[in-house]
Design a protein around this ligand. Structure first.
Ligand code: HMG
Ligand code: NAI
Length: 440
């Protein structure tokens, strides 16, 4: 068994690579070669990537694809998507093309409120704590004025600080629940800096508050951190058209198709097993745009799933209806995104992705991302209720299987042609490949 290492972080990149190759892989030379193969040829650019995270040994590539033809609020977008899964970009593109001729997507930002909390323990008179909070509230804001000054100039800043009594859930647990507007930034670092400043002042002022007993003065700050649960940082995107405009879908009449779509969405509303997969399909589109634009997909995922469970049962993030002959399909999802800050001004491909999106504001990016999620869900559910998912998915995945099998370009060409008229499953592809090889 490999012994633990002290001071790994202090080693240079080459030494880190040698160490990992020696201790964790069978073939040191191959390991070193693979890792170095992915270094960028421009040392300056490589250094930039090295410094994004810690203990970097190489780059990890994901394909960057483009889904064109997205008409969003009457503006045409080509959406960059970074993702490893085949058929996602194709499905988004197909859905975009489909809705382009049916009025496009309409998106609206319903709110941009971010949340952060100072969590503390207080053992004492709750009424006294309330009086103290009222008195100290302006000082809390003043104490972080240097941090909020520029954000306020942009129209943002701290919107509210409220004292929350959580002691019914956990003995002596209280919070300062703060809301923020962070304009074009996702805001995590801004919010956390504000919260830490507020917490420090709160603690100091408690020590000076004469009405408190010593025990009350010694309230304990446990932590200060933004929340990724942001139900009021919400965007809605929708498509709609007369049912008759849906045209026959894979042999299905428009009304049958519309009704099946609505039924499929309603199933995801009531059945958590289905809802989780349904929402995974939505996140296929959302995460891909979030990654391409340098945003934090963990924050987006956590917030989206919390929202999907906000009423006590995990449910669908999209909705569908047929009213007066109009088919409507929509999503409401919380999205904390930034078009400044984080990696947005650092990673050359992220900068380019934002340029391709015509330099959106954070609000515009919220709309684009929500639309990508809705389009993805439309594409997946359409396949599910018509052809089944495997036909399209395997058509796209075919190349991956052929690459795994080591197919040559000419073999790929022949087998792709073959599977235009045959259902591609993993075993069917392997069989067809073996048969083709054996003919040689
Ligand atoms: C895969 C398609 C699009 C094929 O659909 P198709 O009808 O065979 O495609 P087509 O060859 O007729 O082309 C039509 C359009 O589709 C797009 N398209 C088509 N092929 C490509 C390609 N190679 N590269 C780029 N774009 C492509 C493209 O927009 C193209 O227009 P064009 O560019 O020719 O003007 C369709 O079957 C589909 O939408 N399937 C859904 C696939 C999907 O959702 N994949 C996600 C992975 S499965 C999953 O993780 C989620 C799930 C399903 O579990 C979620 C859930 O359960 O809800
Ligand atoms: N729980 C979470 O989600 C956490 C996430 N993070 C990370 O924090 C990063 C995002 O934090 P941010 O504070 O957004 O980034 P950041 O720290 O890079 O700050 C963005 C800054 O840009 C400036 N700015 C310039 N123009 C602006 C404009 N038009 N609107 C708003 N601000 C403008 C402001 O000073 C703002 O504070 C992400 O990398 C995320 O992964 C960090 C801690 C926790």
């Amino acid at each position: 068994m490999t012994a633990p290492i002290e001071g790994f972080s202090k080693l240079g990149k080459e030494d880190k690579i040698r160490w990992i190759a020696q201790h964790y892989t069978n073939n040191s030379e191959d390991t070193i070669a693979i890792l170095k193969q992915y270094w960028h040829s421009d040392p300056k650019l490589q250094n930039l990537h090295d410094e994004f995270i810690e203990n970097t040994i190489t780059n990890f590539y994901l394909p960057l694809g483009i889904a064109p033809n997205f008409l969003i609020n009457n503006k045409l977008y080509a959406i960059p998507m970074a993702i490893e899964e085949s058929s996602v970009v194709a499905a988004a593109s197909k859905a975009a093309k489909y809705w382009h001729t049916r009025g496009g997507f309409k998106a609206t930002v319903l709110g941009t409120e971010k949340v952060g909390q100072v969590h503390f323990m207080y053992e004492g008179d709750t009424e006294k704590l309330g009086h103290f909070f009222k008195r100290v509230q302006p000082k809390l804001l003043e104490s972080v004025a240097a941090i909020t000054k520029n954000m306020e100039k942009r129209g943002g800043g701290i919107r509210n600080i409220a004292l929350r009594n959580k002691s019914a859930d956990l003995e002596n647990y209280f919070q300062l629940h703060c809301t923020f507007e962070t304009q074009d930034a996702m805001g995590a670092n801004f919010i956390n800096s504000c919260l830490e400043g507020i917490a420090e002042t709160f603690k100091e002022e408690a020590q000076l508050y004469d009405a408190f007993t010593q025990q009350e003065k010694d309230l304990e700050i446990v932590m200060s951190i933004l929340s990724n649960n942001i139900p009021n940082c919400l965007v809605r995107a929708e498509v709609s058209c007369p049912v008759t405009d849906l045209k026959a879908q894979d042999g299905m009449e428009p009304m049958d198709f519309a009704q099946k779509m609505v039924r499929a969405v309603n199933m995801a509303k009531v059945e958590p097993y289905r809802a989780v997969t349904h929402n995974k399909g939505i996140m296929n589109g959302i995460d891909a745009v979030i990654l391409a634009t340098g945003n934090d997909f963990r924050a987006i995922e956590a917030g989206a799933h919390a929202y999907a469970a906000k009423d006590g049962q995990y449910t669908s993030l999209t909705h569908a209806s047929i009213d007066d002959g109009i088919f409507k399909f929509w999503i409401e999802i919380p999205l904390a995104v930034g078009t400044v800050g984080g990696l947005t001004n650092l990673h050359p491909l992220v900068k380019l992705a934002l340029e391709i999106l015509q330099h959106p504001t954070a609000k515009e990016l919220m709309q684009i991302v929500a639309v990508a999620g809705l389009a993805q869900n439309f594409g997946a559910v359409r396949s599910l209720v018509t052809t089944g998912i495997q036909q399209g998915h395997m058509k796209m995945h075919l190349l991956n299987i052929l690459n795994q099998l080591g197919a040559t370009e000419s073999e790929k060409h022949k087998l792709i042609a073959h599977f235009k008229n045959h259902t591609a499953t993993h075993s069917a592809v392997v069989q067809a490949f073996n048969e083709l090889r054996s003919k040689k």
